[in-house]
Design a protein around this ligand. Structure first.
Ligand code: 6GU
Length: 239
């Protein structure tokens, strides 16, 4: 899969994707990432990318043409069709389900706005989908794009040491993750739950499911409501 990111701060995206699991996925060729400087596509001696809003008001609005030319340059850099996402608090909330869908696509182009906004005509005509990473306002889309690159990078086949890890993540089954423990089994801060050392794999799986259900019920009741719990899940939750 290939991801292109259009931004006024492309170094930020590039650097955040160099580390950890995602950096390794890129170095192994499991994901290809290219960043583009929107300002490179601005015209005039000042290379302006923004202008004052029609109708007045504070702040500046990003102009259509530098964005559009940058987008067309990115599109033309690869023959595969691209799905274009625009990072915006007005977008659809990001979820693991959306990320799974995008991870099946050959190409994504992420467009990051800055300033007070982007000319709406660009959004209407050049963008397939708007995405938000939560109900708060960031000063630009770069952090959101970095979130998407990270979350998609770790979903690439072979990016995680053990492919089971991605399946066991929080949200992959709609539940929060169960707690994890490692050595030492006894510590002044407490003991590791006994079942985890029992060697009884069925009992361990039941305990983990029960913990995941219990935590989700306590911390994120909104997630539980959206799930179809099995009879066994209800029993574990009641126990
Ligand atoms: Cl995607 N962009 C900006 N600027 N702010 C946000 C956001 C995105 N998601 C939540 N807040």
């Amino acid at each position: 899969m290939r991801i292109d990111v259009l931004s006024l701060f492309p170094e930020f995206i590039g650097q955040s994707a160099e580390i950890g699991v995602v950096g390794r996925a890129i170095r192994r060729g499991l994901l290809s990432l290219r960043t583009w400087q929107i300002r490179d596509f601005a015209s005039g001696v000042h290379r302006s990318v923004d202008d004052r809003p029609y109708g007045g008001g504070p702040g500046m609005v990003m102009m259509i043409d530098p964005l559009r030319q940058c987008l067309e340059a990115a599109r033309a850099d690869d023959s595969r069709p691209a799905h274009v996402l625009f990072m915006s608090p007005q977008g659809r909330p990001l979820s693991q389900k959306r990320l799974r869908e995008w991870s099946l696509m050959p190409r994504l182009i992420l467009v990051c706005g800055r300033y007070e906004g982007v000319d709406e005509r660009f959004v209407e005509h050049c963008v397939d989908e708007q995405v938000s990473i939560g109900d708060y306002v960031l000063s630009g889309g770069e952090l959101a794009a970095a979130v998407i690159v990270d979350a998609l990078g770790r979903l690439r086949d072979g990016a995680l040491g053990d492919p089971e890890s991605a399946r066991q993540d929080s949200f992959e089954d709609g539940l929060l993750d169960c707690p994890h423990y490692t050595r030492p089994p006894q510590h002044e801060l407490g003991a590791v739950p006994e079942v985890l050392g029992s060697g009884d794999h069925a009992a361990i799986a039941r305990w983990r499911r029960q913990q995941a259900l219990g935590r989700t019920w306590l911390l994120r009741p909104d997630l539980i409501q959206r799930l179809q719990l099995s009879r066994e899940d209800r029993r574990l939750l009641d126990a």
